[in-house]
Design a protein around this ligand. Sequence first.
Ligand SMILES: Cc1cc2c(cc1C)N(C[C@H](O)[C@H](O)[C@H](O)COP(=O)(O)O)c1[nH]c(=O)[nH]c(=O)c1N2
Length: 226
Amino acid sequence: MPQPSVPAPAGRFSDDEREAVYRAIHTRRDVRGQFLPDPIPEELLRRLLLAAHHAPSVGLMQPWNFIVIEDSSVKSRIRDAFDHANETAANLFPAERRALYSKLKLQGISEAPVNLCVTCDRSRGGDLVLGRTHNRDTDLYSTVCAVQNLWLAARAEGIGLGWVSIFDDADLRSILHLPEHVVPVAYLCLGHVVELYEEPELQARGWASRLPLDDLIFRDRWGEAR
Ligand SMILES: Cc1cc2c(cc1C)N(C[C@H](O)[C@H](O)[C@H](O)COP(=O)(O)O)c1[nH]c(=O)[nH]c(=O)c1N2
């Protein structure tokens, strides 16, 4: 029987290391329009995927797969699917919001040298997964943790990442040949960037703004602020 490994020493990071972690968190951006055409070297892409693969997952289920999309004909079908869904989306907003919505750039599918679909295989690990017994969606949450790891690692590598979610699920499924039990959790556009917005682009363009943190913190029960 293999012996369980013992915990290794852990402690605070050095000041520089801590600073770097917070810098990645605070300067990470959703990128739509600043992609350079330069290819992403295979080793760099691999580091990003390895960071994603080290995300926490329910019961160590690791439900993710990573579909790397570089073929321009696949990208072009995805772009058409976006355009179709985006037209529907724009019409859902009231007229005054729709005008601004239509001016927003909400994807960089063709410009980004690499597109990546992060999927969740809902059948991985079988029917009974530790931690998923009472909440089936924890596999989806796990997959989103992988996306966030990838996003932060990308920031540290000078790679911009944009999440595109304006699709009919059925279009993504059909273009990418996803089996029924696999969910497309995130469609991501990746490429080198030399410039990033200093605040969320949606804030810079007057669509929405960051809420004050203090308004979001409750103590002991919902709605109870200190
Ligand atoms: C699940 C999910 C889905 C989407 C997004 C994010 C997430 C988490 N975001 C990006 C989103 O607009 C962005 O994260 C916020 O505006 C905050 O900006 P920063 O990420 O801080 O730059 C996003 N952006 C966009 O241009 N098109 C899109 O379809 C989506 N979809």
